[in-house]
Design a protein around this ligand. Structure first.
Ligand code: SF4
Length: 321
């Protein structure tokens, strides 16, 4: 598989009144061409910070302090802001969790999609070509009557419609990578599957790679081909979805899978003991060690490096040293 994006040793921190939050502690993973990658973990594990760091959208008091994000041979962390804006306009798109927050409330949705096309293609916003692309993408995302849809303001849309507009804006420029940060968390359960199906269908038609950030293992099992499991700012395990669900290696991955409720089983729901650590003062060594039932002496002293244990299956745990 050909690599599209290589994230290496990415470190992002936030300066707060309580101290420095070490949000990403050396994150490394790859996204391949035509990949459909899930990034999963509990709240606060660094999934969203990873995607914002890739897009260089970390704002003050946040800061990317180390690492590289190589996209088609260029380190995005070394590009000028102007060059990065071109990458965001045409090559990597992002869809956010709250579509209505991401849309501009005072502009009609047709104008907002047209603006995305005109910026990416360097065409006048009112040109026929831009308008045709707007109608085309509105049809592709399953919104009926594009002529009246372009005239609507975001407050006139349901959550599902607004997310379809966001998908339209994200894919209208046919980017090489789509990053979707919890794209269905704010939506009605009945709409969630439709939106995920739509993303999967459109990205595979366009040959775009996708990175889906989620806390829902069901979404990963149903839609993704590969998965990155994150814990407290580190990558715990990476692999093919089938392998990870069948033979998870990292104790945290095993705990996450055991905690998924299974219909028809009785008794107490399984949980991972303890809570996600405070990243101002994270545990030393492996950040999972205070919650791990298999911790060794070395675990509180040294951060385990990520290792490939079989082709395409990586784990960061001293049990596999
Ligand atoms: Fe547990 Fe140690 Fe592995 Fe961390 S490195 S998951 S503490 S066994």
């Amino acid at each position: 598989m050909e690599k599209l994006l290589s994230v290496r040793n990415l470190r992002t921190i936030f300066h707060t009144y309580r101290g420095v939050v070490k949000a990403l502690n050396g994150v490394s993973f790859d996204v391949y061409k035509k990949d459909f990658l899930g990034v999963v973990g509990e709240t606060g594990c660094g999934k969203s910070v990873t995607s914002l760091s890739i897009m260089r959208l970390i704002e003050d008091p946040g800061e990317i302090v180390d690492g590289s994000v190589v996209f088609e041979g260029r380190d995005l962390l070394k590009l000028s802001e102007e060059e990065m804006q071109k990458v965001r306009a045409k090559e990597i798109s992002m869809i956010f969790q709250e579509p209505k927050m991401a849309l501009n409330p005072v502009l009609k949705v047709g104008y907002q999609i047209a603006e995305a096309v005109s910026t990416a293609e360097d065409l006048p916003i009112k040109s026929k070509e831009v308008q045709e692309k707007v109608y085309e993408i509105l049809k592709a995302v399953g919104l009926p009557d594009p002529e009246s849809m372009v005239e609507k303001y975001p407050h006139e849309l349901s959550g599902g419609m607004a997310q379809r507009i966001m998908i339209a804006m994200g894919l209208v420029t046919k980017p090489k990578l789509l990053i979707a940060d919890e794209p269905t968390s704010a939506l009605d359960v009945t709409i969630q599957a439709q939106i995920l199906h739509l993303i999967k269908e459109l990205v595979s038609e366009m040959g775009t790679s996708a990175m889906i950030i989620t806390h829902n293992l069901g979404v990963v099992a149903e839609y993704c081909e590969r998965v990155v499991i994150m814990y407290a700012g580190n990558v715990a395990e990476i692999g093919n979805v089938k392998t990870i669900f069948k033979e998870p290696l990292h104790p945290y991955t095993k705990g996450l899978i055991k905690a998924v409720p299974v219909i028809g089983t009785k008794g107490k729901l399984q949980t991972i003991r303890g809570i996600v650590p405070d990243l101002v003062n994270p545990p030393s060594g492996c950040r999972f060690h205070p919650r791990c039932d298999h911790a060794l002496d070395i675990c509180s002293k040294e951060l385990p490096p990520i290792k490939e244990v079989e082709p395409g299956h990586f784990v960061a745990c001293h049990l596999y040293d």
